[in-house]
Design a protein around this ligand. Sequence first.
Ligand code: ADP
Ligand code: MG
Ligand code: MG
Length: 906
Amino acid sequence: MAKKPKKITSSVKSKPSSKGIWVYNFEDTPKADKQSLKNLLGGKGANLSEMIRIKLPVPPGFTITTAACNEFYKLNQTYPASLKNQVNESIKKVEKKIKKKFGDASNPLLVSVRSGARVSMPGMMDTVLNLGLNDKTVVGLAKKTNNETFAYDSYRRFIQMYSNVVLNVDHHNFEDLIENYKLTKGVVLDTEMEANDWKSLIGSFREQIKKETGKDFPQDVNAQLWGAIGAVFQSWKNQRAKTYRKLNNIPEEWGTAVNVQSMVFGNMGDDCATGVAFTRNPSTGENSFYGEYLINAQGEDVVAGIRTPQNITKKARLESSSKALSMEESMPKVYKELVAIYKKLEKHYRDMQDIEFTVENNKLWMLQTRSGKRTAKASIKIAVDMVKEKLITKDEALLRIDPKMLATLLHPTLDPKAVKDVIARGLPASPGAATGRVTFLADDAEQLKSQGHKSILVRQETSPEDIHGMNAAEGILTCRGGMTSHAAVVARGMGRPCVSGAGTIQIDYKNKVFRVNERVIKEGDIITIDGSTGEVMVGEVTTIKPDISGDFSTIMAWADKTRTLKIRTNAETPLDTKVARDFGAEGIGLCRTEHMFFDEERILYVRQMILSKNTEDRSKALKNILPFQKKDFIDIFKTMRGLPVTVRLLDPPLHEFLPKSEKEIASVAKILNISEQEINNRINDLHEENPMLGHRGCRLAISYPEIYEMQCEAIFEALVECRKAKIQSVIPEIMIPLVSTAKELEILRTLVDKIANQVQKKYSIKIDYLVGTMIELPRAALNAYEISKHADFFSFGTNDLTQTTLGISRDDSGKFLDDYVNSNIFKIDPFVSIDVDGVGQLVKLACESGKKYNSKIKLGICGEHGGDPDSIDFCHNAGLNYVSCSPYRVPIARLSAAQAKIKSKH
Ligand code: ADP
Ligand code: MG
Ligand code: MG
């Protein structure tokens, strides 16, 4: 999603009074703050009018508002009454400005019709260019410009685009006709085609359209215009747009605007061009102008991958050792203007911009600007650089970075020393390394993912129809298209590694293989791509740890200074603990002791414990487990040196540890010296209909206190040992799970204190520790005041709290949660982002009641939500002391916590 440049200074929010006005010409859009304007006019429309306001050359035009789109749907897909008139009035203003007339046979005004939602959406409708051409106006255009080839090239482009977008005639119909024609004529390039060639093709196009739709191509320019406007409105609800909205959490209520703009032509000859550029490098963040252009071309030619675009700067051309002249060399004067404009735009928006422009007879026109999509790496570098350049504040810098994107930086990159079998090279379109099975179809990538397989989506080029597959794949490889191609832009936005334009690869979709230098790679073969270098390799290549120093650590340091929420981690192995500490965790918020039981050596004793029929046998088994637990705790306390560690006592239902296969049962029987039958009986006894709500958590300890006693003994003994070894002491926070009543906690707290006393006596050492509980049942939240009388801390186990509050089993929710999200019942999966109105209310209530009794009570969260930026924002505002998340999410949480703090200040 494109980032909006955000001004933090509290601006007075003024909403434009837009009642009954559905259309605004670019030069007289209403006065309002930037965000409200974007909401009304869409990002593209708002920025076009802004560029006019700061006196940049923009072809005149007007915007039909997003409100009109919403009204269109309210009125059952019909236009609001006054819309027609308002559009006509606006066209007249444009006609007057550029002295051409819409539909005029000798001096025709041509327009583009462009969709434009609040945020840039690649799932939306394609732009229709050259609208207003018909059999008559094309003649006028040819005469007026004295360029027949240009006029008919424009007309055929218009017919192609309009037919595809508005009449739903597939692209291939036209492409095949062009291909055949070229073959017969013996030409290769579009630019070699002449007026008569296009004329003849236009004839074939129209026959084809008649065949496909049963109707003639519309000649009435007003019918053309309304057809296109309707298509934009309708595209808001097409499947591609829906998918994109879902992936990016864009609400359906936003609607899209329509921009109608007079055409400028990049296809009138060699003093014309069209291009796309970024004011800084969107991949690395380097502060150097970066872009691509094509001479004598129009619109999407640059990104469509039909012709290979050329570099804009000489520096980039030399770096890519391309011989095709850069714009800096071929059009030096226009280039200078462009440089001045991009600098002005960056200053004005105070952010890196993604711009689109066209040159018509050496005159530069700006067609779009927006905050550019960028990789995580680039977004960090740009934010840090812009603070140094005094363009933005540190707070703004922190808000500019999407915490979720950091994930791409935290995961491994290719080991430079690894042996690589490089088979092709393309452009380094989106950094990071990815390995997976070759797949050629978006649907297949999605299917592989659902089966738990990693894939690399290999396409000639991608289009918005492929978005779901790009999202499902680990990485994307294309053989056509540049750094600004669809594949590159979308991959960067999604944080997927991407290599684009690997031209030596030839894909044979039919046989599901690709060929490169005599080698054949089949569907399902493993390949690796490196989106930072552009390399394509056969097989899996080893990776190394990411570098989180430099700008990354600068941002993290700023975040740490800003935030008030502490960040802990959920970890139980020494490895996890170490990773989390390196990523900046300030303690462990959840150490699940049961995970320590699954080890091969130990599980046997655990089984022995579970299968014991009496306390005595059980205690014997527990004695065997104790040394293992103690050693684990020593290791963890060592790595966490001085930081808090929350240890959760045994939580899951016991049967999870039972032997399952016959072989396992037999071996347990042998070691325990009991019959297999006896074990099977015991397994039957332990069977539960609904284990999530069964004999688990503190309920186990109410029945079998010796289990928790052993665990506490292990914790306290570990502490004593650390103390003896002069290791900086940790204050353990002993956490009792699944409490719903104060009495449960009272009983178990007494138990913990009893063991602590025993160990203190035994070693004559004073031990510091806290005892608290998880709040993961609604009753516990409702009864938090009473419970807090026995608790030093609460930790919200929001996974279970979500299950029990919503009455939805997480493990079964996959089957229907999608429907709930699609039906707008949930905005987002409540297991991903905290359900603020339900679960969130319980959390708030419990915090307030807990503090009422004990103002110093420590409050934290240890569910999966602890690593989700929106949930972290909620936790900050609810007054929690810390969030705890998985190790790789720690940096994400640090940044999110800082953002929450900054947002709450304003
Ligand atoms: P998208 O939202 O997919 O970027 P745009 O509406 O920006 O689509 O249109 C794509 C391209 O079409 C632009 O980059 C520009 O090259 C071309 N285009 C759009 N409007 C005009 C116009 N009025 N004159 C010339 N080219 C245009
Ligand atoms: Mg586009
Ligand atoms: Mg555009």
